[in-house]
Design a protein around this ligand. Structure first.
Ligand SMILES: *Cc1c(COP(=O)(O)O)cnc(C)c1O
Length: 450
């Protein structure tokens, strides 16, 4: 007698459902709205008896209706953009296969792809033939992994209290979080002074490094693409200072790594080739969904010693990509990036990056013509911060204006705090954002000014 399996996945019919999913996705990618109108709506209770596969599209539509859409060219608020449609579709395939980059036998193709992509980025940054790296889940994990290696990794030789981290005041929170996880005292995380665009001042870094006691071990974090301003630190100067002071040089290029694809702006990354470690984040500006990040190391042997572990529970002769880093299982999301790169090509990705930078510089000009708002920095990349002209104590006018602007649900800039000031911030990531969208969003904002 055979028992009937109620929850069998085999021989399911998916082509019809895929067509419906395709239609929902088409709606999303053509969508103009930003925020959902889900206010006060309750979630349906979890059922004891399932509704069945055929009703899945109703659930998808509910998800779509109540989610924020990132696809509109008027969505200019965060370092978050809709992934390329090829990425969205490939994600379904990657999820269905659920290959695990932990073991080569569980991800034979994805492991090859991971190695190819790591090599591509190593060459893009000019790190040299001895470099190595791995993908990790998310930017915070990437920074933590690099800083873990910087302070000794699995071959800890010096007490953590010997280490001092130097980073720009504009650094991403994940660096301060990493320092705490790694047991580096808060007083030994030094925030270096920045210019008005959040770029680290190399002179201040040098001055502070000189004040360090002899036995101290400095780790310098520079940023290519800071979170508020999208600025790039003076990497060449910082690299030289690190060399002369014997400091570990880490570059947080979670945002700026996309510059390797640009034939025009890749020069902004000059100096990163001297880095001991680099964190990269395809999820930000390479049009793939979260989480996708990676780490690169100038010296593969340091990488292997400090981030390498043995994997006793799978004994084969195959090189395992799970032998490095802090994670165990890792999703095969490299396949999504790979599919995007094959679909559009590296050249078009670079041109998309260039377009965002060109739009930010056009936005900068538009701001200079405005009577009501003004830019607060000259953008390096595709991010522009600005403020209301006139007095705005404690950012009250900015906050009130922003609520009024957002409530119209037509365009979106975000609010950020920098040097105790509340600033508007435009992040121009959508490939379809044109000058007309910038003017449109600015007009709506100007009308909302209180
Ligand atoms: C987004 C970002 C991070 C953190 O990445 P998560 O995936 O959000 O953890 C770190 N550094 C920079 C510069 C970033 O832009």
């Amino acid at each position: 007698m055979t028992t009937k399996v109620k929850n069998s996945f085999r021989n399911v019919k998916l082509a019809g459902l895929s067509k419906e999913l395709g239609e929902i996705l088409e709606g999303i990618f053509a969508g103009d709205r930003l925020f959902p109108d889900g206010s006060g709506k309750k979630l349906p209770a979890l059922p004891q008896e399932g509704v069945g596969l055929a009703k899945l599209p109703d659930l998808w539509r509910l998800v779509e209706e109540r989610s924020t859409l990132l696809t509109s060219p008027n969505m200019m608020a965060h370092m978050d953009v809709a992934p390329h449609p090829a990425a969205a579709l490939t994600s379904a395939l990657v999820a269905a296969l659920s290959n695990n980059l932990l073991f080569r036998e569980l991800s034979p193709f994805a492991s090859d792809v991971e190695e190819q992509l790591i090599d591509y980025f190593i060459r893009g940054f000019g790190l040299g033939a001895k470099a190595g790296g791995t993908f990790v889940s998310g930017g915070s994990m990437a920074n933590l992994s690099c800083l873990f290696a910087a302070v000794g990794g699995f071959e800890t030789q010096h007490p953590r209290s010997d280490f001092h981290i130097f980073c720009p005041a504009s650094v991403h929170l994940s660096v301060t979080k990493s320092a705490a996880v790694l047991g580096i005292p808060v007083a030994q995380v030094h925030k270096v002074t920045c210019d008005n665009g959040g770029r680290m001042l190399a002179e201040d870094l040098e001055k502070r490094l000189k004040q360090l006691p002899k036995a101290a071990k400095p780790v310098v974090v520079a940023v290519a693409g800071t979170t508020i301003h999208g600025s790039v630190d003076p990497l060449i100067d910082i690299a030289q200072i690190c060399k002369s002071r014997g400091a570990w040089f880490h570059v947080d290029a979670i945002y700026g790594a996309a510059l390797v694809f640009s034939g025009t702006h890749n020069k902004l990354l000059r100096g990163a080739e001297f880095a001991d470690s680099i964190a990269i984040g395809p999820q930000k500006w390479m049009y793939v969904p979260r989480l996708s990040a990676g780490v690169l190391f100038k010296d593969k042997s340091t990488f292997e010693k400090r981030l390498g572990t043995a994997l006793p529970y799978s004994f084969t002769q195959l090189p395992h990509r799970g032998q490095w880093g802090l994670q165990s299982s890792r999703p095969a999301d490299v396949l999504v990036l790979w599919a995007v790169l094959h679909t559009i090509g590296t050249k078009v990705l670079g041109e998309t990056v260039d377009h965002g930078i060109a739009m930010a510089s056009r936005f900068h000009e538009l701001l200079s013509e405005s009577k009501m708002v003004e830019a607060t920095h000259a953008p390096d990349l595709n991010i522009q911060t600005f403020r209301l002209k006139g007095s705005d104590s404690a950012g009250q006018r900015a906050s009130a204006t922003h609520s009024q602007f957002t409530s119209q649900n037509k365009a979106w800039f975000s609010l950020s705090k920098w040097n105790d000031e509340i600033l508007f911030r435009a992040v121009i990531l959508a490939p379809d954002t044109t000058e007309d969208h910038l003017k449109f969003a600015l007009k709506i904002l100007e009308k909302a000014i209180t």
